[in-house]
Design a protein around this ligand. Sequence first.
Ligand code: ZN
Length: 189
Amino acid sequence: MSPSRCVTAVLAALAALVLAGAPGAQAAPRRAAVQTISYDASRAAELTSLVDQAAEVWNTRVTNVRLVKGTAGVSVSTAQSGPAPGMSSCVGCTRGQITLYRNQIKQSGAGTLRVIVHEFGHILGLNHPQDIGNCDKVMAGGRCENPYPNADERAAVDRFWGRPRPQARPAPRPADENRTLRAPALVSR
Ligand SMILES: [Zn+2]
């Protein structure tokens, strides 16, 4: 091999090494596995299928966490009357309770699916925003029908569960939950 061909061969070998190494060097840090939260809707009575729909609303819109049917985890039940249309026992947690109160949902004027998506939103790590009654946000409560979280809410859930160790937070207080879910809808136009 002539000296120049030798140099060319060495350069080619180096280039191949650099190219082979590049994707590894630039790859994002390894992601944690998707967090799974099981929920049990067997005590949700007539709202069982809406509970499944609410889980599906989140599952089709976030990627770092998934709600799956199961017997441990978050138990969802209904009761006739309580302190607010719905309550969740913690924020950002894999074990807890959601309770849905029929009379208060009816009185609130909010869509039932929206209320359930809201309660799952707490389980998934979301608190109430400032603009209570904004129908674009499921966490803003209000007399609204829209059951779909907006882009900010979806991103916040993915951020929360994308952390190495998501920390559970205390549940919203019943009075705050009631005020939020029964607030008038904000008029944006
Ligand atoms: Zn709430």
